[in-house]
Design a protein around this ligand. Structure first.
Ligand SMILES: [Zn+2]
Length: 354
């Protein structure tokens, strides 16, 4: 099982400003940590330097009107909204990151690796004609479209484990039954973007193919993993995707500065192992991780490393949290069991397996 890790020094140009939570140094910090842990010396790990994405890649998903608007903002260094600045240099970094996501898929379908990780991406708040929440273009959707157009991938499962709901990705595929979007996130009543409720299940032909798992703040790791397994495993086995794309980063960690869920570093390892086993059973191990988020830079490299280790091996994790973990990993478990029951009863009309 060869794992490709996609990274380019220019990812760091995606730097949203001095006092912004999304700085460009995260990518190199993560890469350096992986090297320190010796990932580059493993025979089954291959570092890949991606090319920039092209404008023709961007317009497979985004409207030309929206792309023109982003160009204009970049020319004058203006922001899309109060927390999403745009400049020529940010766009350059972004095009390399999107190139990394595309290249992860290409490497799998062209056979040079079995699964892949992009050390950037997961810009899930960008929709076809809108951005926001630190996101300008949606690399997850661009990757999915590329796999459909160029490699005949028919069905794609997107698992979004970022602490925030991926409103952009969800909107792009909301009526599409060939993309199953499952998002596990913090209860949207308590966090950006304020949507991502259980009742949002897709529309038209896509009804039943948008699955939200909102968890109360401070949900412990055992409760989180129970929710993930209870929904992801049966649905993925019934859907039988050609590939699984997972996006997130470290913002579901208990010490994150923007999120309030309770995953430990080992929890990220578990999430990744669950994904890995699903992809082995269902789609010949084809799995892509797009890692971008995380707003506590001390834990970010640990979590990203744990996620990569989880798709490399099924054993134990060889690092520990830099902070003492929360005392009760079962926190909110009864509430979470209720949420699982609610989700299952809503989806039972569309899925026989739950
Ligand atoms: Zn997030």
């Amino acid at each position: 099982m060869i794992v490709g890790i996609t990274y380019h020094e220019k990812f760091s140009l995606y730097d949203l400003g001095l006092n912004h939570p999304f700085r460009g140094d995260r990518f190199a910090k993560a890469r350096d940590f992986l090297l320190k842990q010796g990932l580059n010396r493993l025979p089954n790990v291959k570092f890949i330097k991606p090319d920039m994405a092209k404008w023709s890649d961007i317009i497979t998903v985004h409207t030309s009107k929206y792309v023109d608007l982003i160009f204009k903002l970049a020319e004058s260094n203006k922001s899309y909204d109060f927390e999403t600045p745009v400049s020529a240099s940010i766009l350059e970094g972004l095009m390399y990151i999107i190139g990394g996501s595309i290249s992860s898929g290409r490497s799998i379908y062209e056979g040079s690796v079995d699964r892949a990780v992009n050390l950037g991406g997961g810009f899930h708040h960008a929709g076809r004609d809108f951005g926001g929440g630190f996101c300008i273009f949606n690399d997850i959707a661009i990757l999915a479209e590329t796999l459909r157009r160029n490699y005949n991938a028919e069905k794609i499962l997107i698992l979004d484990f970022d602490v925030h709901f991926g409103d952009g990705t969800s909107a792009i595929f909301y009526s599409d039954p060939k993309v199953l979007y499952i998002s596990i996130h913090q209860d949207p009543k308590t966090i950006f973007p304020g949507t991502g409720f259980i009742e949002q299940i897709g529309e038209g032909e896509g009804e039943g193919y948008n699955v939200n798992i909102p968890l109360p703040p401070r949900t412990g790791e055992d409760a989180y993993l129970l929710a993930l397994k209870s929904i992801l495993i049966p649905l993925s086995e019934e859907f039988k995707p050609d590939i699984i794309i997972a996006n997130g980063g470290s913002d579901a960690h208990f010490a994150d500065h923007l999120g309030s869920l309770g995953l430990t570093v080992n929890g990220f390892f578990e999430v990744s192992k669950i994904l890995s086993r699903c992809s082995n059973r269902i789609c010949n191990g084809r799995l892509i991780l797009l890692l971008g988020s995380g707003y506590n830079l001390t834990v970010l490299p640990y979590c990203w490393y744990a996620l990569i280790k989880g798709i490399l091996s099924d054993g134990e994790l060889d690092i520990k949290d830099p902070y003492p973990p929360p005392e009760n990993p079962r926190r909110n478990i009864e509430k979470v069991k209720d949420i699982i029951v609610q989700i299952k009863s809503l989806l039972r009309d569309y899925w026989g397996s739950i």
